[in-house]
Design a protein around this ligand. Structure first.
Ligand code: 0PR
Length: 436
């Protein structure tokens, strides 16, 4: 650190040079985040000093957080939004960590209950066969295509990941999920808005499995949470049966209208148009976390609250205010427009792709398109070609595009900052690279 402080002018000149090295989202097809809505930014600034880790000092912000949870629960078709419980997090990773932590605690509690029962039984001189104490590692069952945050979670919480098989559309196969369940399973995961392909797992089938086996089901809707509720009922891209204009598609069910879903994570800092960091974790009600909360809850005698039961301590009230403000300001109508714009981009992208003889890997259901640029004969060669094209798109033309890991393909996220002109120009640059 320098001994004497630098002048404001000098400092901000320097900050300018840092910010010039950051993206302004002009040529970004790789990000699930976007330019936040100006209303969210204004509210963020207004509440920049707010810390909901100490709720008594920021009672106003806490009221907004409660309202964000209620609005989100109702957006997620909760039959009784007031009974939902949850809080804001830093994003999808933290929400997933916390959801799985609750699953693990619930599981451990059930084991110690069973042990107590066994002790009683022993005292009563009952059969020794009942005396099984479960020693194996807890496991979590999730689709093979889940987000990489679950890899971190496995390490952090010392659990095994059991990855269920996927079908030709990359969705998890419910039978595979059910076949993996054993006595150490702590819960199930489904994805609504897959990171690489943008599909939704069959959450309705997972919900039935969860109920049948009395397991919690967490839905990772970090991306899809602010998309699926706002897709038009008759959205043509939802049918995929070649009869788009006539057939009516059903709304995708992925949340609390399915009785087996116990928690959902959604990210306002992705399609919610809020600021970073902004995640929301919602549990169906108090009873689904029940005693698992006791393991997380700590006494906080020197704070304005008696207990804290969130993973992190200090939490940005500015993100709560931004999310509250943008949700109130846009309303369902505004979010429908937001999603409609992104789906218009997605349809335009598909039409333009045809013109350069390419097609999506799977028909996009939401605003993510994955495209193979290889010939499909050799995976390693396709991977190499994909990586080369991705790098050239950036180096030669400045386009940020990502590559997928499940299959060798380029992946494009059509976020609100993208324009049709961007798509046309980028695809013509891509064509040039492919023809070179
Ligand atoms: N769950 C799903 C389904 C996700 O897609 C993501 C993030 C997460 C959880 C984790 O969310 P956080 O990163 O908020 O903790 N998916 C994007 C990804 O990893 C996040 C992202 C956002 C990447 C902006 C790049 C970027 O510029 O690809």
């Amino acid at each position: 650190m320098n001994e004497k402080g630098v002048s404001e002018k000098e400092l901000f000149d320097e900050l300018c040079s840092f910010s010039n090295a950051d993206t302004n989202f002009k040529k970004v097809f790789s990000s699930m985040c976007t330019i936040p809505h100006p209303i969210a930014v204004a509210a963020q600034q207004q509440f920049s000093l707010s810390n909901i880790g100490d709720p008594g000092l920021f009672a106003g912000t806490c009221r907004m957080e409660t309202e964000v949870i209620r609005m989100s629960a109702s957006m997620l078709n909760h039959p009784d939004p007031k009974s939902a419980v949850g809080h804001m997090t830093s994003g999808g990773t933290e929400s997933n960590i916390e959801a799985v932590l609750h699953m693990k605690n619930r599981f451990l509690n059930s084991i110690s209950d069973a042990e107590n029962t066994v002790e009683n039984a022993t005292e009563n001189k009952l059969n020794n066969n009942n005396n099984r104490v479960n020693q194996s590692k807890p496991n979590l069952i999730l689709p093979k295509t889940s987000h990489f945050s679950f890899e971190k979670i496995a390490n952090l919480l010392d659990i095994d990941l059991k990855k269920a098989d996927i079908d030709s559309n990359f969705k998890v196969i419910p039978e595979s999920v059910e076949s993996l369940i054993d006595e150490n399973t702590i819960g199930l995961i489904g994805i609504a808005g897959n990171t690489e392909f943008g599909f939704c797992d069959p959450i309705d089938a997972l919900s039935e499995i969860a109920l049948r086996h009395e397991l919690p089901l967490h839905v990772d809707a970090a991306f899809g949470g602010f998309v699926y509720p706002f897709l038009p009922e008759s959205d043509s891209t939802e049918t995929g049966d070649g009869n788009e204009n006539k057939s009516k598609s059903k709304k995708v069910k992925f949340a609390f209208d399915l009785p087996g879903v116990t928690s959902v994570s959604i990210d306002p800092h992705k399609m919610g148009r809020s600021v970073i960091p902004g995640g929301i974790l919602i549990f169906k009600n108090e009873s689904v976390i029940g005693s698992s909360l006791d393991k997380i809850k700590v006494r906080t005698p020197y704070l304005t609250s008696k207990y804290q039961s969130t993973l992190t301590g200090t939490r940005p009230g500015s993100s709560v205010a931004a999310t509250y403000a943008v949700m109130k300001h846009l309303g369902a109508e505004g979010y429908r427009k937001n999603v409609a714009y992104c789906m218009e981009l997605t349809n335009h992208f598909q039409n333009e792709l045809k013109k350069i003889d390419l097609q999506p890997y799977i028909k996009p259901k939401i605003n993510i398109i994955t495209v193979s640029v290889g010939d499909g004969k050799n995976k390693a060669a396709d991977q190499e070609k994909t990586e080369k094209i991705r790098a050239q798109l950036l180096e030669k033309y400045g386009w940020n595009v990502s590559a997928t890991k499940t299959v060798p393909a380029l992946r494009f996220v059509l976020m609100p900052h993208v324009t049709k002109e961007d798509i046309t120009t980028m695809l013509s640059d891509l064509k040039e690279l492919l023809n070179a």
